[in-house]
Design a protein around this ligand. Structure first.
Ligand SMILES: *Cc1c(COP(=O)(O)O)cnc(C)c1O
Length: 348
């Protein structure tokens, strides 16, 4: 069986977690502080604050921007429900924007048309490992941007790392993400007043004042794993790029739409997505041969909430299939996936 995704974990992560557990300091402590420092350095930002998930990171980023009940927050339709949840936690109203045909990222021009006096922020995810261009459009309009880098840690856009372009950025270390510590997240920014608020809100104990705070802390043994994964990230990205090239070469003559390269972006290939008219039949064929593929987004918001209609998001959802891609995937396995796809398409 070739799974759709798999964490890249080994003896180093196990050793780091075990040492932390045996140290007796397993809750939020010095390893978390070290992980935050290394992560901020990796991005070249002043501060990063570790939390227990990407969803918590989004929630606190919205609160740091002052998001209140009745405010509006613009989010794209073609993403996981974490964004919708985080907006609802604040009492704000999600305003759903369509995505761009080329890469499935937020259509920034369409999002600009949704701005009203109530718009508090826009959440811009860099989906599938591909940077979303156009963040400056919101900055020019004075709309705060939260970059959602849950799928794209280490990707670059015109020389800058994703996560350094907005007012705040968030990351996820869930098991299927590019780097993982089981569950976890990070909020990063160059604006100390924002990261101070995030750090204040994610820990409730021993305070002189009272306001509702959250227990969103990361643990030290998760941070110990995160430190190892961060050190390995360049190798992870390198291997993902090799696999993407292997798929490109093996599938390029088929009637499939492959991921298109864009000169100003260095994606990290969190997902390798092919587009075709009827992905269900290919999905079933792969499954019958022990290969797990998936919709890159489980369901767009419009199918879950009966909200706006976003025709491009719907079309991408109907036509897209995500193939296995992760550092532990062997060349022979990639070749097998390619061969099964070729057999299906050329003999259908
Ligand atoms: C996974 C993901 C999240 C949520 O992260 P969790 O750690 O699962 O809470 C948010 N945004 C995007 C784009 C994601 O892929």
């Amino acid at each position: 069986m070739i799974p759709h995704s798999r964490p890249t974990l080994g003896a180093e992560e196990a050793k780091a977690a075990a040492e932390t557990i045996l140290s007796g300091q397993i809750a939020h402590g010095p390893k978390v502080a070290e992980f935050e420092k290394r992560f901020a350095d990796f991005l070249g930002l002043q501060r990063a604050v570790a939390v227990n998930s990407g969803t918590s990171a989004l929630h606190l980023a919205l609160l740091a921007l002052g998001t209140k009940p009745g405010d509006e927050v613009i989010v794209p339709d073609y993403v996981c429900t974490a964004l919708l949840n985080a907006v609802h936690y604040t009492g704000a109203i999600p305003v759903i924007a369509d995505v761009s045909e080329a890469d499935g990222n937020l259509d920034c021009q369409a999002a600009l048309r949704l701005i009203t006096p109530k718009t508090r922020a826009v959440i811009v995810p860099h989906m599938f490992g591909t940077p979303c261009a156009g963040i400056t459009l919101f900055k020019e309009r004075g709309i705060p941007v939260i970059e959602d880098c849950a799928q794209s840690v280490g990707a670059e856009l015109a020389g800058g790392k994703v996560g350094t372009l907005g007012d705040l950025s968030i990351f996820s270390f869930y098991a299927t993400k590019v780097m993982t510590c089981g569950e976890g997240g990070m909020v990063a920014s160059n604006r100390p007043e924002l990261t101070d608020t995030v750090a204040d809100l994610c820990d409730y104990d021993n305070r002189d004042d009272y306001l509702p705070r959250y227990n969103y802390k990361m643990t030290d043994f998760q941070a110990a794993m995160g430190l190892v994964q961060l050190a390995r990230l360049p190798d992870f990205i390198q291997r993902r790029r090799e696999i993407a090239q292997r798929y490109n070469a093996g599938l390029k003559d088929l009637p499939l739409r492959l991921p298109s390269a864009q000169a100003d972006r260095q994606p990290i290939h969190f997902r390798y997505i092919v587009r075709l008219a009827n992905p269900e039949s290919l999905l079933n064929h792969l499954r019958n041969h022990g290969i797990s593929a998936a919709h890159p987004v489980f369901k767009p918001y419009q199918l879950l909430t009966k909200a706006n209609d976003c025709p491009i998001s719907l079309r991408l959802w109907h036509e897209s299939l995500s193939l296995p891609i992760y550092p532990l995937l062997q060349d022979a396995e990639v070749d097998r996936v390619i061969a099964i796809i070729r057999g299906h398409i050329l003999h259908a």
